[in-house]
Design a protein around this ligand. Structure first.
Ligand SMILES: NC(=O)c1ccc[n+]([C@@H]2O[C@H](COP(=O)([O-])OP(=O)(O)OC[C@H]3O[C@@H](n4cnc5c(N)ncnc54)[C@H](OP(=O)(O)O)[C@@H]3O)[C@@H](O)[C@H]2O)c1
Length: 293
């Protein structure tokens, strides 16, 4: 059977790397994986993670999703001349009080998470439409479904991606192209280490005392969430595989059902009040906060 050509963004680490390794290691060689990353100096980790040589199932390409030339160059390097499964996974985080974020920092997040995702889809969509065949998988986030304090811009970018994908999904069913969002909760990757985070120890950060104390509570909550509920990338890869192998994939998949009840409060009380109260209680109430003194 003809190999399915898969292109994945953000394969230098985390979810993208694990998915690339898994698909490229498929024993039946069902996939030809184009693992892309913005900085090829980081390819060693991926190469060390694939056992044996994968010349016929894996190629590594440079691709920065903020740079259209780089996306087009990657597209031209695909020897099969097509992508059957496009995985928009690359993303960056931003954490801290909104009022201290610079315009450049905020633009940087939107540039990668929103415009980068759109740019990537735009590039590969015309050919998928022409061939009336394709799958677009996007790494989504609970932060794209529910607001999280101190993650306003990150959530804005991921909410926006939801809007792009939902809108496209309606249209693209007429072209036999399936769009799916894989909604992740906390995952053990480099994400937290890589994100742009406001450090309270930074003397140039001017923020009022109440916000400072709430931010400390949030950081503590976040640390607990990652300790108690973070999934491994292998768990996430299993969900991606379910989507890839499904004859008719759904629009949304949730990797961590433990996080769903909070999100569903938005549907039970459409005015938003229940969700906001519950999330606030979860993060900021004294008994849950367990803040170090
Ligand atoms: N980990 C979590 O808790 C979590 C939860 C929900 C959703 N997600 C989503 O999962 C996706 C993958 O993140 P991860 O957890 O695997 O974190 P990660 O290990 O930090 O991986 C992020 C990847 O995106 C790449 N990237 C960043 N900017 C890029 C750009 N301009 N062009 C191309 N690639 C770029 C990074 O490359 P560099 O190495 O060059 O920076 C890296 O390969 C993201 O979309 C994130 O929002 C993660």
């Amino acid at each position: 059977m003809e190999q399915k050509v898969v292109l994945i963004t953000g394969c230098s680490s985390g979810i993208g790397l694990s998915l690339a390794v898994h698909l490229a290691s498929d024993l039946s060689k069902a996939y030809k994986v184009y693992a892309t990353m913005r900085n090829l100096d980081k390819k060693q980790h991926l190469l060390e993670s694939v056992t044996g040589l994968h010349r016929d199932t894996l190629a590594i390409l440079q691709m920065d999703i903020t740079d259209q030339h780089s996306i087009l160059a990657a597209q031209r390097s695909i020897t099969e001349g097509r992508v059957d499964i496009l995985v928009c996974n690359a993303g960056v985080g931003l954490m801290g009080p909104l009022e201290v974020q610079s315009e450049d920092t905020m633009r940087g997040i939107l540039e990668v998470n929103l415009l980068g995702t759109i740019r990537t889809i735009q590039t590969f969509l015309p050919d998928m439409k022409r061939r009336k065949h394709g799958r677009i998988l996007v790494t989504g986030s609970m932060g794209g479904l529910q607001g999280l304090p101190f993650n306003e811009v990150y959530c804005a970018s991921k909410f926006a991606v939801e809007g792009v994908c939902e809108s496209l999904a309606i249209l693209l069913q007429h072209f036999n192209i399936h769009v799916s969002l894989i909604e992740c909760g906390p995952v053990n990757t480099n994400f937290l280490r890589n994100l742009t985070k406001t450090e309270l120890s930074d003397v140039s950060v001017e923020v009022d005392a109440d916000t400072r104390s709430l931010y400390e509570m949030y950081l503590h909550h976040c640390q607990k969430m990652f300790q108690n509920a973070a999934q491994d990338t292998d768990d996430i890869v299993q969900v991606f595989l379910e989507v890839i192998q499904s004859p008719c994939p759904l629009f949304r998949y949730y990797t961590n059902s433990a996080l769903l009840p909070l999100s569903s409060l938005k549907l039970t009380a459409l005015d938003g009040s229940q969700y906001i109260r519950a999330m606030s209680k979860l993060i900021f109430s004294v008994e849950n906060a367990d803040t170090p003194k």
